[in-house]
Design a binder for this molecule. Sequence first.
Ligand SMILES: Nc1ncnc2c1ncn2[C@@H]1O[C@H](COP(=O)(O)OP(=O)(O)O)[C@@H](O)[C@H]1O
Ligand SMILES: [Mg+2]
Length: 370
Amino acid sequence: MPGVVLKTLTKRYGDLAAVAGLSLEVEPGELVSLLGPSGCGKTTTLRLVAGFLQPEAGEVWVGERCLSSRSSVVPPERRRMAMIFQSYALWPHMTVAQNVAYGLRFKSGVTRADRERRVAEMLRVVQLAGYEPRYPGELSGGQQQRVAVARALVVEPEILLLDEPLSNLDANLREEMRFEIRRLHETFGITTLYVTHDQAEAMVISDRVAVLNQGRVEQVGTAEDLFRRPRTRFVAEFIGRTNLLDAVTADPGVAVRGALRLRLESREPASGSPIVVSIRPHEIELVTAGRTAPAGANVLPGTVQRTSYLGDAVDYQVQVSGTDVVLRVTAPPPVRASPGDAVTLAVAPEACVPLTGGGDGGPTAKPGME
Ligand SMILES: Nc1ncnc2c1ncn2[C@@H]1O[C@H](COP(=O)(O)OP(=O)(O)O)[C@@H](O)[C@H]1O
Ligand SMILES: [Mg+2]
């Protein structure tokens, strides 16, 4: 089974570089998500991989085969890929069985009996056995989605491409189908590129996630890498909620903002240069009266400004004493402090992650949330 390598792919529409020097390696059998906001170039990238578009620069490789370059493009039907679209694109006048069998018509050496066996088998895998005679209009959204998946898999593609395949489903079903897609991936192990703008979806489904920003890969890693070790401000803000703190580096591994001194996860050089530090709200501990902060933690005295009870968690906004910095803290219930209370915050150096790029030096720390 081959992997996929994208080498500095570029695709322009007029002045706009929809894909701007994008590079990515997908290992054989791996499922990688392309995650990013609307307009960042996800669909364009997938269409370049599928061969519906030709790049102005860069290359698409599958295993040992170069499928797209500036000078030549292998047509989509000769790429051994299957693509699943947001709209499913089922044929309304064909039954479920005919829709699934459709892809096999162009495959040589498949007898009618083979075809029927493979269609039946695939419908069983997506849990639609017995639905063969129905028409798409007689199915729920989730069932139509499963037909689209069956139709893509029945041709035994080397590479599977999915473009926001769950976005037409309602929220509950969408969550259920995440597990379904992951299960199918584990069953078939097909090298897969999965496009989504939904970070939770990407985190559940993928082996690794590539965060896209303006036509480039900003960072690629496991969900945990991206969450715990974001390298840029864009990634820190896009994956989960975080506190972003504009500061300057002091001694190696220390960031300073006014009266606030934070020991960081890594030893940044002591240059006095601006730096942005990301601290996840649940990494900050609220140390209430009578308790002590864990050894080695940064300890910050502060005053509670606001408390929000959210059922499964409590959100606090705490102003750090002697600074204009307001940090969000998320802790398990019950509510342990009210507005006006003096509290102590404790945060381990490993949870204070220095970011590169895009410190916009605002006057106050902006919790980058909502
Ligand atoms: N056929 C096209 N003609 C002109 N601009 C396009 C075309 N397709 C996409 N774009 C532009 O390219 C950018 C990336 O689009 P797209 O890849 O569809 O983003 P995404 O799938 O991440 O939402 C967007 O700004 C979009 O408006
Ligand atoms: Mg898109």
